[in-house]
Ligand binder design. Structure first.
Ligand SMILES: [Zn+2]
Length: 209
């Protein structure tokens, strides 16, 4: 089960229709993404790491966090990073009426500058919902590597190992700039960036896929 989450198999990806899981497999480029922020405890720290390495990334923001932390949100947009929509209240698609879900995504868009990308919280989607969201967004973004930095049963080293073992050309990698991901994210992010740089990967934003 764990590895299945870390790198979902192709048959599962195709079930979700026109979602985006990975960039061009012929290019040695990866896409760092950060979900669930912005929060003052983590996001400025992430921005500092990215700045030191000259990397632009994609932040799938929760609208309510943008509302609570407008200064942190401004820091990330002014640093040139890309913003994606992660709903206003981090709703689970399978527990929410479709109309309420779409309204909640709209509410996030209004406060977050109308992002062109959407990522469903917990990866919960149907192919029909993906198609519906693609009327509003350019891409509905899933992932190629989910190192599970949110999982308190893993050590920071195990989170990094999940990146190192599974990353490949075009990988969209998910970290969480959330309080919960804490030091697991911090350690794994720095170790991953250094490892990826050493191994010749370059970095781009999901909007360029
Ligand atoms: Zn999330």
């Amino acid at each position: 089960m764990a590895d299945w989450i870390v790198q979902p198999p192709g048959w599962f990806r195709s079930l979700l229709g026109r979602g985006t899981w990975r960039g061009d497999p012929s290019r040695k480029t990866v896409y760092l993404t950060f979900d669930d922020g912005p929060v003052p405890e983590q996001t400025p720290w992430v921005l500092d790491v990215l700045r030191r390495h000259g990397i632009r990334a994609t932040f799938f923001c929760v609208g309510d966090n943008v509302r609570k932390h407008p200064d942190v949100f401004r820091q990330l947009t002014e640093a040139g990073h890309e913003v994606g929509n992660h709903t206003f209240n981090h709703l689970q698609y399978f527990r929410t009426a479709a109309s309420r879900y779409l309204d909640n995504a709209d509410r996030c868009s209004r406060i977050a500058g109308s992002p062109r990308l959407f990522r469903p919280p917990h990866g919960q989607m149907t192919p029909q919902a993906v198609a519906r969201l693609l009327r509003t967004f350019d891409k509905v973004v899933f992932w190629d590597v989910m190192p599970r930095d949110y999982d308190c049963r893993l050590t920071p080293q195990q989170v990094f190992d999940n990146v190192r073992r599974h990353v490949r050309n075009g990988s969209i990698i998910v970290f969480h700039d959330s309080v919960k991901a804490g030091d697991r994210m911090r350690h794994a992010l720095e170790a991953s960036i250094e490892w990826l740089e050493r191994n010749g990967y370059s970095f781009d934003t999901v909007g360029n896929i």
